[in-house]
Design a protein around this ligand. Structure first.
Ligand SMILES: CC(C)(COP(=O)(O)OP(=O)(O)OC[C@H]1O[C@@H](n2cnc3c(N)ncnc32)[C@H](O)[C@@H]1OP(=O)(O)O)[C@@H](O)C(=O)NCCC(=O)NCCS
Length: 183
């Protein structure tokens, strides 16, 4: 299980980008959360989706209420989520707490792919993070076969640290570091 960020004020005021709003989740997002978690397309490289009837029972009235989890809102409706989780010695799987304290994750509904929304939302979330926890690096793990995710990671400025094998697939481990103001 991933764990939410500590040491941040949450929720922040909604963040507005050119086309999107990043905000904490609300009860009205529940159906979109279930759509995201039940989507086979979204979970192609994430171990497969969860059954919809199980999600209907398990997803709380206000899903995803945790520090670092942004609902991405386009025109008043949720199209995806961007999450910054804690990355430390207790995090699951292949970890590198020596190079980053937080981990970025992103899930968008397939109908929202291919328009640059994920890049726009993740860049804004990383900006927020750079203010919330100055000087802290962020790591990212994704399957190399997940080409959309690999392109997004590069677009956001993540650089490769290493590749490793897990879940019978090659995984990519990257890091993003905030730009430190000079002078
Ligand atoms: C990974 C994921 C978020 C990427 O979504 P995406 O829409 O491809 O990512 P971006 O926001 O970077 O969009 C880039 C695409 O939009 C296109 N685009 C169209 N209009 C654009 C605009 N105005 N600005 C920027 N890009 C635009 C780009 O050309 C690019 O297309 P291309 O990849 O075919 O070259 C999405 O595929 C997803 O949710 N996958 C399932 C979850 C997952 O695997 N997560 C990874 C685990 S961390």
């Amino acid at each position: 299980m991933t764990r939410p960020l500590g040491r941040v004020d949450w929720p922040p005021a909604p963040i507005t980008t050119e086309r999107l709003v990043l905000r904490a989740s609300e009860a009205r997002d529940r159906a979109a959360f279930i759509d995201l978690l039940a989507s086979p397309e979204v979970h192609t490289y994430l171990g497969g989706p969860r059954p919809r009837d199980e999600l209907d029972r398990a997803v709380p009235e206000v899903p995803g209420r945790q520090p670092g989890l942004f609902v991405i809102d386009f025109d008043g409706a949720m199209i995806g989520m961007v999450k910054l989780d804690r990355h430390d010695a207790e995090s699951p799987g292949h970890i590198r707490p020596d190079i980053g304290e937080a981990e970025l994750g992103y899930l968008f509904l397939p109908e929202a792919w291919g328009r640059g929304y994920a890049a726009e939302a993740c860049a804004a979330a990383l900006d927020w993070f750079a203010d919330a926890l100055p000087g802290t690096s962020v790591v990212l793990r994704t399957q190399t076969a997940n080409e959309r995710s690999m392109r997004l990671a590069a677009r956001l400025g993540f650089t490769e640290v290493e590749r490793y094998e897990a879940y019978d697939a090659e995984q990519w481990f990257g890091v993003w570091s905030p730009v430190t103001p000079s002078g």
